[in-house]
Each structure stands twice: as C-alpha cells, then as structure tokens.
Design a protein around this ligand. Structure first.
Ligand SMILES: Cc1ncc(C[n+]2csc(CCOP(=O)(O)OP(=O)(O)O)c2C)c(N)n1
Length: 319
C-alpha cells in the first residue's frame, strides 16, 4: 500500500475499531469498560507509525489505537477486550491492561502515569546495552500532575534516556478541565524543569504529530536524550461509555469536530490528487471487513476456565 493510503488506512481502522466497541458496549457484548479515543486518531497514528519493532510503547487506557498501529492483530485485540482465553492477558482482564513483549507493547496498570518510570527503565536498558531503540510513553494531561510523571521526567533528564513522552492533552481529566488542575497552559513547559525540551503540536494534524514526534525519536536514537511532546486534542466521547460528558458544551464539541483529524487528512489526499470519495469508500470497506472479522474471531474464542487466574503471579525462577 502506498504510504499516503497506508496512513489513511490506519486512521480509519482505529476509528472503525473504536466505533464498533462503543456500539458493542451499548449492546452489552463487552464485559468491562470502554475508554474511547475517538477524535485522537492522528496523534496515535502519527506517533507510532514510524517506530521500529524493537522500540517499545507504553500505552494508557485511551490508547487502543497504538496497539493496532504497532502491529497487533485486530482479532487478538478484540479477544483481549472481550476477556477471552486467547486474549493478551489470557482472560484475566478486559480492555487494555495487557501488552505484547514481542511487539514492543508494554501493558498498563490502572494507576495513572505508573508506566512512565517503567518506560525509563526500558530506555535505560537500551542505553546500557547500546541498542538504538526508543521507549515511547503515552499519558493524559491529568496524569502529568501525578508524582510518577515528575520522577520519570527527572530520571530521564539526568540519565539522558532515549525516551519520548507523549502527552495527549484532550482538555479534560474525567470531568476536570485542565485549568482546574494545573496553573500552566502547556504541559510541554514541564520538560524545562528536568533539563530537556518540550514541544507543542496539533494532535489533530497527522503531519504536525509525525514531524514533531519524528524529530524527538531521531534525537533519542542518536543519544540526544528525552523529549516531551504535547499533542493538543479532544476526545469526542465522555471519559468512558457511561459518561455523558455533561461538563462540556455542545459548542465546544462542534468546534473540535470541525478540526477532525480524518477529515483533515482527506483534504490532504484531495490536494495530492486522489479522488477522496473513491479512497474513502475503498478503505471504508476494507476496515469494516477487518473489524467484522476481528469481532467474529473474538466472539468464537473460549472464555477462561477460572483456576488459571492464579498462574503467573510469581516468578518460578530467577536468572
Ligand atoms: C492515580 C489515579 N488517580 C485516578 C484514577 C482514576 N482515573 C482514571 S482515568 C482518569 C482521568 C485521566 O485523565 P487524563 O490523564 O487527562 O487522561 P484522559 O482520560 O483524559 O485521556 C482518572 C481520574 C486513576 N486511574 N489513577
């Protein structure tokens, strides 16, 4: 697939997958919660698309798309979300508390920002072994007010680690607007206190994300240390499917919808000489088929038996 179209395919796949999850949640077909990243597709695709297999990503609850762009089979991701035995966590969890070490995806825990210090640990390993890989850690602006965030940035700055911190600033932490939980406008400013650069980009503009993150990844790979990238964006849904987001206005939502990352990219395709309607129809059919198949596969998978819930709690040997 040509690169322009492949990028578009990824944007549409992430949206189709999350749209479907929302519908399935309302049909009672998903055992746990669903935390949609609808509206944030450009930052997900733009950050992860250029990474290598050996690079590690550290997604959080709203980053389902990063799993797909990093190369996880959509059927396996769906099996995970449905809590199936063949899901990434073997049915111990639904949704995103799971990863894949072979694909470079580190599973999250529920504590916001808890994976940032872990990303630093992985980046330290890359540095000590001389491996030219990067760790990329995702979190919201709310999480950036937690202690783990500050400890991680401090350590990364002191050790000049190959880590890229991606803040998805979607304006709200659950129902709390940014202005009610931090006294600055740009989370990116926080990097200065730890001795490295922070950059702001439009999280709804795929190329803005790709350029800003791409430079940070190059710097990290070349031994230049960490960066903090703040992607300004918006989530269309509430915090989770049960949240009607009454704390925001319709006007605000419409303003952000008018900056939709996918429609923006379709405009780019048109400028590049593609027939946007034909491309949209073709890719739309393809992503729908992929998600249909993912659902069919996942729903046909067995549930866990139960007793294996205790497996893997303790290491059986230490090398
Ligand atoms: C330490 C901690 N406090 C509170 C929560 C509950 N909680 C889960 S998501 C969330 C909002 C997070 O907001 P943000 O970090 O901005 O990310 P977003 O959900 O907006 O993507 C909260 C308060 C939690 N999981 N962990």
């Amino acid at each position: 697939m040509e690169r322009d179209i492949e990028l578009y395919y990824n944007l549409r796949l992430v949206r189709e997958f999350e749209d479907r999850l929302s519908k399935m949640h309302h049909q009672g077909r998903i055992p746990g919660g669903v935390y949609s990243g609808l509206g944030q597709e450009a930052l997900v695709v733009g950050s992860v698309y250029g990474l290598k297999k050996e690079d590690f990503i550290f997604p959080l609850h709203r980053d389902l798309g990063t799993f797909l762009v990093k190369g996880l089979d959509p059927g396996l991701l769906m099996a995970q979300i449905l809590g199936k035995k063949t899901g990434l966590s073997g049915g111990r969890d639904s949704f995103l508390h799971a990863g894949s070490l072979t694909l470079g995806i580190y599973g999250a825990t529920s504590m916001l920002a808890s994976t940032l210090p872990v990303a630093c640990g992985v980046a330290l390993k890359f540095k000590m072994k001389g491996e030219p890989n990067v760790a990329m850690s995702f979190f919201g602006e709310g999480a950036s007010s937690r202690g783990d965030f500050h400890e991680a940035l401090n350590f990364a700055g002191v050790q000049k680690l190959p880590v890229v911190f991606i803040c998805e600033n979607n304006q709200y932490a659950f129902s709390t607007p940014q202005s009610a939980q931090m006294a600055i406008e740009d989370v990116a400013d926080r990097a200065a206190g730890y001795g490295f650069k922070g950059h702001v980009c439009s999280g709804n503009d795929l190329f803005s994300v790709m350029q800003t993150v791409g430079r940070a990844v190059e710097l990290a790979r070349a031994g230049g240390g960490p960066s903090l990238i703040e992607c300004k964006t918006y989530r269309y849904s509430g915090h989770s499917e049960h949240d009607k987001a009454a704390y925001r206005t319709q006007e605000e939502l419409i303003e952000w919808e008018s900056r939709d990352p996918i429609e923006r990219y379709e405009f780019y395709l048109k400028k590049k000489g593609h027939d946007p309607d034909a491309v949209a129809a073709d890719i739309g059919t393809k992503v729908k088929a992929v998600v249909d198949e993912a659902v069919r596969f996942a729903e046909s998978q067995p549930d866990p038996d139960g007793p294996e819930a205790m497996d893997g709690l303790y290491a059986t040997s230490v090398n």
